[in-house]
Design a protein around this ligand. Structure first.
Ligand code: FES
Length: 122
């Protein structure tokens, strides 16, 4: 277990996202107004940077590229989403936002192939 300070609570405005580098690991911090959450920085759909494509509203995060949506507190899927959001463990100590990074969390992306399932099941 390795708790690292990411930023101060004032660094991320309410209902917004900001990306930080924590010893070489990119971490996206979300301020829900009353709590913070930490995610990997890329959309699980097509590797868009959520700091740019993400919209926070009413506790939901929406990637504006293809409207995948998630519950910000839990990462659960909503709307068009087909994969949940991964979360880092996070805690706040006074003004400091800390994240527990055991290893970098990353999504698996499918190869961009059009018809790769022909002739496999014979
Ligand atoms: S890249 Fe985010 S929804 Fe498609």
């Amino acid at each position: 277990m390795s708790w690292k300070r990411v930023c101060s609570a004032n660094d991320v405005a309410a209902n917004s996202l900001k990306q930080f580098d924590v010893d070489g690991v990119p971490v996206l911090i979300a301020n829900l107004g009353d709590e913070f959450r930490a995610y990997p920085p890329l959309c699980p759909h097509m590797e868009e940077r959520l700091e740019e494509s993400g919209i926070c509203e009413g506790g939901l995060l929406t990637c504006s590229k293809h409207l995948w949506q998630w519950e910000m507190r839990t990462g659960e899927m909503r709307g068009e989403a087909e994969k949940p959001l991964l979360l880092y463990e996070l805690k706040q100590e006074n003004d400091d936002v800390l994240v527990n990074i055991e290893k970098e969390l990353e999504y698996e992306y499918e190869e961009d192939s059009e018809e790769d399932d022909d002739g496999f099941w014979d």
